[in-house]
Design a protein around this ligand. Sequence first.
Ligand SMILES: CC(C)(COP(=O)(O)OP(=O)(O)OC[C@H]1O[C@@H](n2cnc3c(N)ncnc32)[C@H](O)[C@@H]1OP(=O)(O)O)[C@@H](O)C(=O)NCCC(=O)NCCS
Length: 211
Amino acid sequence: MAREDWRDEPIHGRSVVLRRHRPENLTAFLRWYGDPEIARLTRYHVEPMSPDEIRRYFETRVLSSETLSGAIHLAAGDRLIGTTTFSQLDGSNGSVMYHITIGERDAWGRGYGTEATELMLRLAFERLGLHRVGLSVFEFNERAIRSYDKAGFRVDGRLRDAIWRDGRYWDEIIMSVLENEWRERAPGRGRGAPASLRAATPSGARAARGA
Ligand SMILES: CC(C)(COP(=O)(O)OP(=O)(O)OC[C@H]1O[C@@H](n2cnc3c(N)ncnc32)[C@H](O)[C@@H]1OP(=O)(O)O)[C@@H](O)C(=O)NCCC(=O)NCCS
């Protein structure tokens, strides 16, 4: 299967569908990443990104063929509610960093984020043949930590007092989930990616895995 083929395939969950981002999704990105609460929860800088920064981010990190970014849509009605991305794909070590933002605040706390994360983990371990998915999250982002915990992430460690927010220092928490842990949570999960899909991973993983 050609690389473009599987990226264009939607990934269906119960309540959400991950689709390839389209250029017109920039309008939603400008709104989401201009939201001070999203900035507070996700950025070292407390100020939101400027519209120019958001445009650059969208073009280089979201639409780029070298990142794995998915638009999160609701299965019912197809509303676009957020975005999820794998970055720092390290094929030599089988690892990747995970990011998610549900930009529509009224869609928080309804299980959509956890489900989107579960779909991305399935992509990582079953289709891309990776070994580790890592992330970092600020200590005060309790909703995110709970969601990652439900999806199977465990705490690796903490960068103590890494961020000053709301008048005090907080830790940055490093979490990860490993392929074997992920499979143990649901026996019967498939073993490794078909060669055709491994061959479709971005260049680093492709080269390192000899596909
Ligand atoms: C983090 C995020 C992806 C989680 O997705 P979500 O759909 O809102 O989360 P879910 O509904 O799947 O799960 C949230 C869990 O946290 C719990 N929760 C919600 N608010 C909470 C709070 N303030 N403190 C503790 N737990 C909280 C919910 O009850 C739920 O747990 P439960 O199912 O055991 O009841 C989403 O909220 C988001 O994108 N937020 C803004 C951006 C962000 O913070 N991104 C992550 C950066 S690391």
